[in-house]
Design a protein around this ligand. Structure first.
Ligand code: ZN
Length: 256
């Protein structure tokens, strides 16, 4: 009887850029040997190493691009790249379809602060503190939304085609990650969306809402906006200046 080790095959894998965030330190930014039996799909191999398939955009095996169904063979040299936003790799097989035209999100329950911030920048963002994984995936599929999550297991689900694992636990750093990852700078429309409910906000005549205002607000401000969904009233008070500062801080970090 042959020993099992005689059936064992070896490939070499290397992961690029932020895909290394998912790997233990001895496998980061270097080629490492991967031992396997049979002929697993490259997708299964990548996910077994802890990397959600949605983070991957390009796989080269022995220099040729392959799709997720590719079966690993002994001696293969595999290079795995993250989703590129700017680099031109159009001559290769990209695993994602074309970018969706309108950037819309659905967030997991851990990202309440990010939801408010994305809405503040005008991005259509679904967040509820009681959505479970199946509901998040359903919404993403039905409405072509990008899933943002702190739970990388959610992104390994086969029905998920667009998503991003948010690395940081700090809301400002989370925003910087997301803005950079999806290259959102040219798409922002600050103060067009309600931070509470995701409804669109529009100008409103002061006379229409005057009786709902605190006396000082009524005295000092003339320009008002209202959420077309929940009727919340907005004006350019001191919190508006703070928001502008935040936006500068997030985008300033990207220039570094
Ligand atoms: Zn609202």
């Amino acid at each position: 009887m042959k020993k099992l080790s005689q059936y064992r095959k070896k490939a070499h894998l290397r992961f690029y850029e932020e895909l290394n965030d998912f790997l233990p330190s001895d496998k980061r930014k270097r080629s490492f040997a991967y031992l396997f039996y049979g002929s697993p799909s490259v997708k299964d191999v990548i996910e077994a190493l802890g990397i959600p398939h949605v983070e991957v955009d390009l796989i080269l095996v022995n220099g040729e691009s392959v799709d997720f169904a590719y079966r690993l063979s002994s001696g293969d040299k595999v290079s795995v790249y993250p989703v590129f936003e700017s680099l031109d790799i159009s001559s290769q097989i990209r695993l994602r379809e074309k970018p969706i035209r309108i950037t819309r999100f659905v967030l997991d329950v851990h990202l309440g602060k990010v939801a408010k911030n994305l809405r503040m920048l005008g991005f259509d963002t679904i967040y509820e503190n009681n959505l479970d994984d199946a509901e998040i995936i359903d919404i993403a599929e039905r409405e072509e939304r990008i899933i943002l999550t702190r739970d990388r297991e959610l992104l390994k689900h086969g029905r998920v085609s667009r998503g991003y694992w948010v690395r940081s636990k700090k809301p400002d750093r989370q925003m910087m990650e997301i803005l950079k990852r999806f290259d959102l700078k040219s798409q922002i429309k600050p103060f067009h969306r309600c931070m509470s409910c995701n409804g669109e906000i529009k100008d409103v005549d002061k006379k229409e809402i005057e009786e709902q205002l605190e006396p000082k607000t009524r005295q000092y401000y003339d320009e008002f906006f209202i959420c077309s969904n929940c009727r919340k009233i907005y004006w350019k008070g001191s919190h508006f200046d703070k928001m502008e500062q935040k936006i500068e801080e997030w985008f300033g970090s990207m220039a570094e």
